[in-house]
Design a protein. Structure first.
Length: 427
């Protein structure tokens, strides 16, 4: 399967080279050779340390990664080189997780350490001297020549913490133990985390102007709460709190007001000058591609469009590969999310099931939030398409998620052998 994916991606890159330069040249070999080598190394590592894991997880990720690299290399070679270095780091991280995390349940022992790490990473961009803004959002940390987005790694730690917390408090969240106005309710001490999650999302929204992460954090929390308890009242209460917080945020924070204003009317002159142009360019690019696309290497959106390798990479892919190409892209992500949900169903413990759910939901919600932003179903955010869009921090974090899912899949599919049976005689 990995070789088949490499053939597809290399063929598409070859067509792109022919369309843009008229020849394959050395660029094709520089692209195909290292990608094949990296794919084989990752396949070997998976077979070595997770032999029972799903055989579709890694190929799906490599397919998404390859399609993204095609567009990044086409429109911004400098970014493509940086993305290649990031892929090396991501591959090393993938191998390290498989080797040094032999059992996922070992992470359950570090519940509050993962929470502390996540909070530290989220607040790090606010630190003076190292945190800085890009595109209006204060998400970046720079130390010397190295800069990264800590929030990409914080979402993994938060997912692990949520899984550990809900697995340990499942009964307390479900069974009423108190009375309020004559009606049974659960302990307020157990409900407190939902209020803390809401407040924390608003804190991130206001302090860092990061709408995308605030939405992702709350969607993840509410999903895990609903799956753990089965109580829709929690979800409805949480949604109400988030709507109220979003309304307040739109009045207090300019970044939120701007994104919502552009979303409501991207055609106005004010919206065009404050981000609406980006959305409109994306629509025209996707419309130009139609059902089958203009052909790989024949698109033009990168000549005049903005952020076609990051926020609007779906529009670049839609132009050259059409709606059919976008469909296959979304199917690749659905394969990973579907395997995560299947792994959650077959998990060996509540913790492992909830970790699989959190990781799969994170990738699924990321794709949902950015795709609906591009198609104007929700305000556009700076969240990246997993494995596809440009971003070293995002790519490394996504491969760490993939490694954890691979480990969980291996545990769920491994044969469970019973111990030795000894017959006792009392004669």
């Amino acid at each position: 399967m990995v070789l088949f994916v490499n053939v597809i991606i290399d063929s598409l890159y070859g067509l792109s080279c022919l369309a843009t330069h008229g020849t394959l040249g050395t660029a094709f070999l520089e692209f195909a050779g290292p990608s094949l080598l990296a794919s084989l190394v990752l396949t070997w590592a998976t077979a070595r340390w997770a032999p029972h894991s799903s055989r579709l997880l890694l190929p799906a990720a490599l397919f998404l990664n390859g399609v993204g690299m095609l567009e990044i290399a086409r429109w911004n070679p400098a970014r493509a080189q940086y993305q290649a270095y990031s892929f090396v780091a991501a591959a090393l991280g993938y191998i390290a997780v498989l080797k040094f995390v032999p059992r996922i349940r070992e992470l359950d022992r570090y519940r509050y350490l993962t929470l502390l790490g996540a909070i530290t990473l989220i607040l790090l961009p606010l630190a003076p001297g190292i945190g800085h803004k890009v595109g209006g959002a204060r998400l970046w940390v720079g130390v010397g020549p190295v800069s990264f987005q800590p929030v990409e790694f914080a979402k993994i730690l938060l997912g692990i913490f949520f899984a550990s917390y809900f697995a340990a408090n499942k009964e307390l969240l479900t069974v009423p133990t108190r009375q309020f106005l004559g009606r049974p309710i659960v302990s307020p001490a157990v409900i407190a985390p939902i209020l803390a999650a809401w407040a924390f999302a608003i804190l991130v929204l206001g302090g860092e102007n990061d709408i995308g992460f605030a939405i992702l954090l709350f969607m993840l929390f509410m999903t895990m709460l609903w799956v753990t308890t089965g109580k829709t009242s929690y979800v409805l209460s949480g949604l109400l709190l988030f709507v109220v917080g979003g309304f307040v945020g739109s009045k207090l924070f300019y970044q939120v007001h701007q994104r919502i204003g552009v979303w409501l009317d991207p055609w106005s002159s004010w919206a065009y000058a404050h981000g609406g142009r980006q959305i409109l360019e994306g629509w025209f690019a996707i419309a130009a591609g139609g059902l089958t696309g203009t052909g790989i290497g024949l698109g033009k959106t990168g000549r005049w469009g903005t952020e076609v390798t990051s926020d609007m990479i779906l529009s670049a892919i839609g132009e050259e590969l059409g709606w059919i190409g976008l469909l296959f892209l979304f199917l690749g992500i659905l394969v990973i999310v579907g395997i995560a949900l299947r792994t959650a169903q077959k998990g060996t413990s509540d913790f492992s099931r909830l970790v699989a759910l959190s990781l799969g939901a994170t990738l699924g919600y990321q794709t949902f939030v950015i795709a609906t932003g591009v198609f104007r179903l929700l305000p556009l955010t700076g969240i990246t398409v997993p494995f596809v869009a440009y971003g070293g921090s995002s790519l490394v974090a996504n491969y760490l998620v993939l490694a954890l899912l691979t480990r969980l899949s291996d545990e769920s599919e491994a044969p469970r052998l019973g111990g030795e049976i000894t017959l006792l005689s009392f004669d």
